[in-house]
Design a protein around this ligand. Sequence first.
Ligand code: BG6
Length: 519
Amino acid sequence: MHATEAMDELMTCRLEQVRKAVEPCTLVIFGASGDLTARKLIPALYHLAKGGQMPAEFRIVGFARREKSDASWRAELREALDVFSHSQPVDEAVWAGFAQRVHYCQGDLDDAAAYAKLAAMIAGLPNEALQKNLLFYLATSPSQFSVVAAHLHEAKLLHRDASGNWQRLVVEKPFGHDLASARELNHELTRYAHEQQVFRIDHYLGKETVQNILTFRFANSIFERLWHRDAVDHIQITVSERLGVGTRGGYYEEAGALRDMVQNHLMQVLALVTMEPPVSLDAEPVRDEKVKLLSAVRRLQPGQVAGQVVRGQYCEGFVGGEAQRSYRQEPKVQPQSNVETFVALKLFIDNWRWAGVPIYLRTGKALPVSASEVRVQFKPTPNVLFAAQCGPLLDANALTLRLQPDEGIALRFTGKVPGVGYGLRPVRMHFSYDSEFGAYTPEAYERLLLDAIAGDATLFIRRDEVEQAWQITDSIRAGWDGRPLEKCEFYPAGNWGPHLADQLLTQSGRAWREPYPVP
Ligand code: BG6
């Protein structure tokens, strides 16, 4: 074996040995009959078990209103695994061992007697760690978060000071619907649990490529030197989806793209791409830097919103050749709804590193492709040498972090077209996760569940982070001021939002770049 390959292998082995220390525990999933449990949580837990990463002893208890037995819930989950497990076929031996540890507790979320039943069930588990190390996963509607926490506390299942044992609450988004409600929710939850026991999930932080942003920036020496206002012209972050809202109209009518995507996923990606290096990779230093960054994002005054934020809603159209109905025709959507399904915005970060560098974000449903990318657009060279051959415009360098799909990183630069003349053309150097590491990338929920079990909060959102992000999006909403959408804000499905979104960049001589095609 070549020396470099041997070294690579050694490094990889060392990294694999860094397994999380996980103690025996019981996971209780509230909202166990819901979509998230069958689609994401159980497949993730099964894969962790298959990979030998779950604790030596664990139990999973599903809590929901519908009447079910352990056996019928296990059978349901087994069927769902066939559909949602990313590595087919399911290993029956692993499943058999896993299923034995899965139980069901029927009850209403606001019925104290149901929590007493749950407590009795947990007390009957065979050892103290299973009875007292408890992870409560709240896959319920946010309005139930504090109700569940209060009942758990009353039933003596959730303690603020559990000596020698631990109890944690994992809460799904949306965490509030504005700053005031998020503060209220934070206040309620911390009546029953310390902030360190509350794990707020943003599944984008569980994605390999999102985690790789910090590695890319801080484990390499060449890029970080250029990562600031002297070298960067602007940054674009695109999270686009081809699908419309489908069956989620009821939820989406309350959320809209700003609350559904910008407040959480886009703000998190923005923070990782632009924050300062943390002093270590522990939870608090990483989250401190994200909070610092979010607090430096300039809040918009209501009068500035029209100039810096474009919203849109899809109407009928075609996405990839398939007909897509308009948002207003989707199930559970008001026929005159003014909810935005697209947002594009220009932000500024008022700190030393980024002063004056525009940061453009866009996200939406029913767009031409599903792709999430960060593009760092560098400043152009002074075009004195090649102007005669190529005209005034040379394409500036750009670095694209492709978060999904076809995960990878591409560096765009200018090369000479071979031949006797002096033609220049942009070319790309491309790194692909698949070709380098093989096709399997763990699902975001695997990483996040394992971290929550291990008590590592690095990839979870802290209270002040959520509040900072709400301040930013609330300042935008204040500028919309409940105004109905105008005609120019509608876009045919399959387009990149309304034309106004292009003007956001063209007014300063810039342009959105389409996500790069799969090589
Ligand atoms: C969710 C949003 O948080 O993220 C959805 O509620 C969105 O509306 C989804 O579709 C996107 O996640 P991913 O992992 O498919 O990019």
